[in-house]
Design a protein around this ligand. Structure first.
Ligand SMILES: [Fe+2]
Ligand SMILES: [Fe+2]
Ligand SMILES: [Fe+2]
Length: 388
């Protein structure tokens, strides 16, 4: 596989928006605006592409930080710290780790790391101002009424939270109508920026596996209920692929799809995810949206079409009773069916805080019943007979 790194980061930034519960496209807007500011400041091309990637992934530590927050109260510092560690596992991550670490540091030294002024990387100072602006700007409300208020707010925080130079560049950009129109019509105007376009970084299969493993870690750490679920499922899927002599490339794609199948769960609040039973209709509706988001997000990556389909179909059932698309029968390929069974098998055999995992035999018994009722593929299920 040969896939553009910016496509992957840009798509996965949508998953981070879900995790943070911020309006869709927040990471993309932060990346886009950070580039605009750095262009005016005159950063070189190398720095500009780094700020773009850092902007996309700036809140990569949020989901894990929220999961741990009960131990510590300073979420701003905690997620920045976590994020700076997590990105090190990604291609080019070493270069943006420091930017992410200080993206909530106040110019006046009152932030979590007690750095001030030029001790904070310029890229972090840019992302901080732009990030805080985007959180406060409501694109779906009358924008005209928000302009003066937001500009005053920026001015007020110049020299306190934000670098005065960054604020003055941002204010100058905001004087043009285009700035606001771009924000409102962001979904239409957002494209791969020139700085990346002229120097596309391609990822190979191993890079993609590394990225998928990092995100599987983020997904699994979100809740103690799903601890290790994606990684265990992926291992089981690999056992089956080996058994069936599936070629190397397809196996790698299956592995990535397995690791990322629950990507959309980043958007499901833990109160719902961790509720053992008695889900309301609404809560169940929220849970059922997760494979939808998995597919939508992965489909944004050119070359990930198969992966998006297999990952997004893991809750579909042969008898058309699954979700979110009510697919069934011939619409579900061997790999769709395989991942669906891997998911059920893993869920049944895993320990959960409220129950112990079932044995291989017990799980197979339940799955055979399911196959008898026409929900899952009995031939694919036979492949599971001697695993575990
Ligand atoms: Fe942040
Ligand atoms: Fe943010
Ligand atoms: Fe799922």
């Amino acid at each position: 596989m040969k896939i553009a790194l910016d496509h992957v980061f840009s798509a996965l930034s949508l998953a981070l928006d879900l995790a943070e519960n911020v309006p869709y496209g927040h990471g993309r807007r932060v990346a886009f605006l950070s580039l605009k500011v750095s262009e005016k400041i005159g950063l070189d091309r190398e720095k500009m592409s780094q700020i773009y990637y850092a902007g996309l992934l700036h809140d990569i530590g949020m989901s894990n930080a929220v999961a741990e927050q009960h131990f510590r109260s300073d979420l701003a510092m905690l997620h920045a710290e976590k994020g700076s560690e997590i990105v090190k596992g990604l291609p080019t991550g070493d270069k943006i780790s420091g930017i992410i670490r200080y993206h909530h540091e106040n110019w006046d030294g009152s932030g979590g790391f007690k750095r001030s002024g030029n001790q904070i990387p310029l890229e972090s100072r840019i992302i901080y101002a732009v990030d805080q602006f985007d959180i406060r700007f409501d694109r779906f409300k009358d924008y005209y009424g928000q302009i003066s208020h937001l500009m005053e707010w920026l001015e007020h925080n110049s020299g306190k939270m934000f670098d005065p130079e960054v604020v003055s560049v941002l204010l100058r950009l905001m004087e043009a109508d285009k700035f606001w129109l771009d924000m409102i019509h962001f979904d239409e105007v957002y494209t791969r920026p020139d700085v990346v376009f002229n120097n596309v970084v391609y990822l190979d299969t191993q890079d993609l596996i590394n990225i998928a493993e990092v995100f599987a870690g983020i997904i699994d750490t979100k809740s103690r209920f799903t601890y290790n679920h994606s990684k265990t499922l992926a291992r089981i899927a690999m056992d089956i692929c080996k058994k069936c002599d599936i070629d190397q490339l397809t196996s790698s794609k299956i592995y990535i799809a397995a690791l990322l199948h629950d990507l959309g769960k980043l958007g499901v609040p833990n109160e719902i995810l961790e509720k053992a039973d008695n889900l309301s209709d609404y809560e169940f509706y929220v849970i059922k949206s997760h494979p939808y988001f998995t597919k939508v997000i992965l489909n944004q990556i050119d070359g990930f079409e198969d992966i998006a389909q297999w990952a997004g179909n893991h809750h579909e059932k042969l008898d058309y009773s699954g979700y979110p698309e009510r697919l069934g029968g011939d619409q579900l390929t061997f790999y769709d069916r395989l991942l669906a069974i891997c998911d059920m098998y893993t869920a049944l055999t895993e320990n959960r805080p409220y129950r112990k995992g079932l044995s291989h035999r017990q799980a197979m018994e339940i799955l055979k019943q399911s196959a008898k009722r026409g929900k899952i593929d009995s031939e694919v299920l036979d492949l599971f007979a001697d695993i575990g």
